[in-house]
Each structure stands twice: as structure tokens, then as C-alpha cells.
Design a protein around this ligand. Structure first.
Ligand SMILES: Cc1cc2nc3c(=O)[nH]c(=O)nc-3n(C[C@H](O)[C@H](O)[C@H](O)COP(=O)(O)O)c2cc1C
Length: 150
């Protein structure tokens, strides 16, 4: 069975609701043969990434960057995963209250270094999380899971 790892830092209801929509989309009725594993960024190690066939990253924007928790995740897994995870399909969701560009850019830099493959546009949300954002998150999860099916 393929594995989709959702690595997230979800310190607020906004992030929690986006995460829930992502995992719901990834587990929808049309997906077969894909196990969805949700894992807090602060406690996700390299072994989980090495075992994953695809990855979704979720974070708040913090001080113009990804959250410290997601940065810690990358600091932990970067070297052990550098050679062995090249080409992994991945997706991203980011929430902020004013500007998510710096957070997204910081993730793009690290994932470019890892040579991961972005398979669907990032979902970036500012302020209140509405149904449109949740729908985009659902799609993000569904696309990543469908990618692993094929
Ligand atoms: C220390 C700190 C730094 C933050 N920096 C940013 C930022 O650079 N850009 C932004 O859009 N939001 C920023 N935020 C807002 C968070 O992204 C936001 O609180 C988080 O996504 C959760 O959303 P909520 O507060 O609406 O629940 C920051 C929040 C904190 C606590």
C-alpha cells in the first residue's frame, strides 16, 4: 500500500480545519490503496519520510518564514533524506494573517534542495478559513493521494 505522509504544525483552529480537509480529501471514496498518515512536524523523523511515497506539508506563516516546527522537521530529515527521496511528489498548505509569501518561499527553497516534486499548486490562506479554502485543501489531499494511486 502506498503511504501519504501529512507533516503539519497545527497550533490553531484555522490550521486544524485545513488539515482535516486535506486528510479527508486524501481519504475520499475514490482513493484506493493509499494509507494517509498525519504526523506533527515536531515529532516526525527521517524514517517516516523515507517510508512515505508522497508528502503534504502544512504550516502557519511565522515571522515571514515557515513555522519553527516545520523548520525543525526539515533540519532533522534533510541530510538522511537528501539522496533517497529525490523526486517524491509533495504538496503544501500555509495559513497566515497577513502574508504567506515568505513562508511559501522558505518551503520552496528546502524542497528544491531535496529535489521533491510539487504536483499541485500550494494552498495559501489568509485570515478566516472559508469553504473555498477548505475545498482547495480537500483537493490538495485528493490530488496527492490520486498521484500515489497511479
Ligand atoms: C510569532 C508569530 C509570527 C507570525 N508571523 C506571521 C507572518 O509572517 N505572516 C502571516 O501572514 N501571519 C503570521 N502570523 C500569524 C499566524 O500565521 C497565524 O496566527 C496562524 O496561521 C493561525 O491563524 P489564526 O491566528 O487565525 O488562528 C504569525 C503569528 C505568530 C504567533
Amino acid at each position: 500500500m502506498a503511504r501519504l505522509l501529512v507533516v503539519h504544525h497545527s497550533p490553531s483552529l484555522a490550521l486544524e480545519s485545513m488539515l482535516a480537509a486535506v486528510t479527508e480529501g486524501a481519504s475520499n471514496e475514490h482513493i484506493e490503496g493509499v494509507e494517509v498518515i498525519s504526523s506533527a512536524a515536531l515529532s516526525t523523523g527521517a524514517a517516516s519520510v523515507l517510508e512515505a511515497d508522497g508528502i503534504i506539508l502544512g504550516t502557519p506563516a511565522n515571522l515571514g518564514y515557515m513555522s519553527g516546527a516545520l523548520k525543525h522537521f526539515f533540519d532533522t530529515i534533510y541530510n538522511p533524506c537528501l539522496d533517497q527521496t529525490a523526486g517524491r511528489p509533495f504538496g503544501v498548505f500555509v495559513h497566515g494573517n497577513s502574508d504567506t509569501n515568505g513562508a511559501l518561499l522558505s518551503i520552496e527553497k528546502v524542497t528544491t534542495g531535496l529535489n521533491w516534486r510539487l504536483v499541485t499548486p500550494p494552498v495559501c490562506s489568509l485570515g478566516q478559513v472559508d469553504d473555498q479554502v477548505l475545498g482547495s485543501c480537500w483537493e490538495l489531499g485528493a490530488v496527492l493521494a490520486a498521484t500515489l494511486m497511479s
